[in-house]
Design a protein around this ligand. Structure first.
Ligand code: SIN
Length: 308
């Protein structure tokens, strides 16, 4: 399990004058963390309209820092959905039993059981992954909003995949630069199902909805132009064109490299945090919650591009 990291903002990066009448009169600050990635967005209340200029700065900060933390956001599920939609169309998770009622775009991530039944996906994030990388169009980004938090555990770790690429040993860079890998939702499904109550048996329609896909091992971010490694222990099953044992060995090396502690920001959740990450730049992992403590968050995912 990975690492560390200080999430205290390391200083004010930018500041706006009070916003125009189109938005809220806040002073928007974006404060990068003293970490491998991530920044805190201060001075913004997402239950109120976000002015176009502020939205532009949030968008740019997301491209620059890859994980944005908005503290103390008292927003409704509809406001969560509406803000997410400003970045693109939303995706509906294949596990429809964990949709929030009246909000199919929201996946409940929770270890809570009510009347003996899980109310959400309790093991989302058990393995390092990029959300929905098993789709033709994986997620651009995800927004996770804290509803109920344990008083111990429950952190989420984010690893910077641009830096993972930049720091990959040259020989491995040359080997994987033009390779493609298969991603499958089913890769770890049975393993997770065997150890937890959160994975129902999938119907044939669900299996058909998540057919394996092939993506480049190294993708180019469509907005910031930077390269990033795009493999994960949860969903990447094999490298196309390599013998099975070589594919396994290369993936093992990549998985270890992509989650190295030096690449990681560890988010310790506070009440009403909203965290917005870029699935094209980072992988993430749920560090785990003690079984006897309750944790519930709401997640939206925004559709991205076909990786290239
Ligand atoms: C996820 O993988 O989207 C959930 C992460 C978490 O529960 O911390």
């Amino acid at each position: 399990m990975n690492a560390q990291v200080d999430s205290r903002p390391r200083g004010q990066e930018t500041r706006t004058a009070p916003a125009t009448s189109a938005g809220q009169a806040a002073q928007l600050d974006i404060r990068p963390f003293d970490s491998a990635l991530g920044a805190e967005v201060m001075g913004l209340d997402l239950s109120r309209p976000v002015a176009p200029d502020d939205f532009k700065r949030i968008h740019q900060a997301h491209l620059d820092h890859h994980v944005l933390v908005f503290r103390d956001q008292r927003i409704t599920p509809q406001q969560h959905v509406d803000f997410s939609r400003r970045f693109g169309p939303l995706q509906i998770h294949v596990l429809k039993n964990f949709q929030l009622q009246h909000h199919p775009e929201i996946l409940i991530v929770s270890n809570i059981k009510e009347n003996g039944e899980p109310i959400g996906l309790g093991d989302a994030g058990y393995f390092w992954h990029s959300d929905l990388s098993y789709k033709d169009k994986p997620s651009l980004g995800s927004l996770l909003h804290a509803q109920e938090l344990p008083n111990e555990g429950g952190d989420t770790l984010f690893a910077n995949q641009h830096t993972a690429w930049d720091t990959l040993p040259e020989a491995l860079k040359t080997l994987v630069a033009d390779l493609r890998a298969e991603h499958s939702y089913l890769a770890k499904y049975e393993e997770l199902r065997a150890r937890s109550p959160w994975r129902p048996k999938l119907t044939q329609a669900q299996i058909d909805e998540v057919k394996p896909v092939v993506h480049p091992v190294v993708r180019t971010h469509p907005e910031n132009g930077r390269k990033a490694l795009f493999v994960s222990e949860h969903f990447t099953t094999r490298i196309v064109g390599l013998p099975e044992d070589e594919s396994r060995a290369v993936l093992a090396e990549l998985f270890a490299h992509t989650s190295a502690p030096s690449l990681v920001y560890r988010h310790a959740w506070r009440p009403h945090d909203l965290v917005f990450w870029d699935n094209r730049s980072v992988t993430h992992l749920a560090a785990g919650t003690p079984d006897h403590l309750r944790r519930k968050l709401y997640r939206t995912t925004i559709e991205g591009d076909t990786p290239f």
